[in-house]
Design a protein. Sequence first.
Length: 394
Amino acid sequence: MTTCQEPIVIVGAGHSGARAAAALRKHGWTGGISLIGEEQCLPYDRPPLSKAVLLGKKTGEQCAFYAESWYAEKGINLLLAQSVDRIDRHSGRVVLQGGRDLAYHRLLLATGSSINPLTVPGADLNGVLPLRTPQHAHAIADSLQSRCRLVVIGAGVIGLEVAAAALECGCTVTVLERAPQAMGRSVPAIVSEAVVAEHRRRGVDVQFGVEVAALEGTTKVQAVRLATGEDLPCDIVVYGLGVRPNVSLAATAGLSTDNGIRTNQYLQAEDDRIFACGDVCSYDSQLYGRPTRLENWRNAEDQADTAARNMLGQQVIFDAVPWFWSNQYDFALQVAGLPSLGDQTEMKAIGRSRLFLSTDARGVLRGVSAFGSIREIASPIKDFKRVLATAQRT
C-alpha cells in the first residue's frame, strides 16, 4: 500500500478504533494515522473492568491495549482528551473543538456508545456510579469492602458481573430490575432463569418488576427508595441501564443513522470515504437480511480489522456470526447468533453444564446459549457457530 499525503483519521479511541489503527499498519498502510479520543487515558480493554479490576487483580492502567510508546513506534498520531466538533465531507476534513482541523484520505467513525443515565432524584449523590471507565472501576473497587451493602440497578450482563465480583469481595448484594427477566435483550428467559438461579444460590437478592423512585442521602447515597415506598439501605449503588450509539457526529454530517451509523456490508457509509465499526455501526447483514448492530468485544475486534482492510480497498464483506461471553463466579455464559430471533428454546445437558438452542417457527436455528463450565461449553459453542453461519440462509 502506497503512502498517501493525507492520513486516515479514526474518530473514537476505544476498543474498535485502537484495533483499527493497529490493523491498518498490519495490512500495509504506510501513510499517516490520526486516532482521536475524548478520554484522557490510553485506549483500554473494557471486559476486565467488571472482573479483574473490581477484584483487585488488575489496575486500569494494565487494561490498556498498547503502551504509549507503541503509538509513537507505529507512527500513529494519538490525540487524547480531544473532541471532534464536526465533519466537513466536502473538503475531507474533521474539525476539532477549538478549531484545529485534520484532512483525511479515509475516515473511520468508531464513536462507540454512551451509557443511558440514571435520572431518578438523588442520582447525583456520591457513591452512585456506572461502570464504564477505569476511573469508575477503581472507585467501585475501593468501596467493595467486606460487609459493604451494594445495590445494583439493572440486571444486564454488566450488572450481574458487578454483583458476582462484589459477592466475592464479601459484600451484601441486591440487584434490582424493572423488567421481568435479566439480560432481556441478550438471552431467552430460560437462560436468564438459569443464570439468576446461580446468583441467588450464592446469596444475591435479585428482584424483578421493581421500580426505583429515588436515591436517598445527604451527600452520599444511603438508601434506594422503591416505588412501593420501601427503603433499601446501601453504601454504594452501581447502575447499568444499557447504552445508546453515539451517532450525533455522523448525523450532523448528513450520514444515515438508524440505531447506529448505517453502512453496507463493507462497513462503508453512504459517503464512500467514510467507514464505521464497533458499537456505533449498523451494517447490512447478509446473514440476517437486515441492518444489524452489535455491542460486544468480539464484534469490536472483528469489525476493526474488516474496516481497516476495506479502507485499503480490499472489499471484504463483514458478516460474522455474533458471539459474546460473560464470566461470573466460576461459570461462563456464551451466546452465539441472535437467540432473540427464536420463537422457542430447548435445553440440553452437557455434563454439568447446559446448552440452549433457540429456533424460529420454521425450525431454523437462530441462536445458541451455553451456561456452565468453560471446559464443557467452549467446544459446542464453536461447533454451533459454524452451523449458525449457514442455518440463517436456509
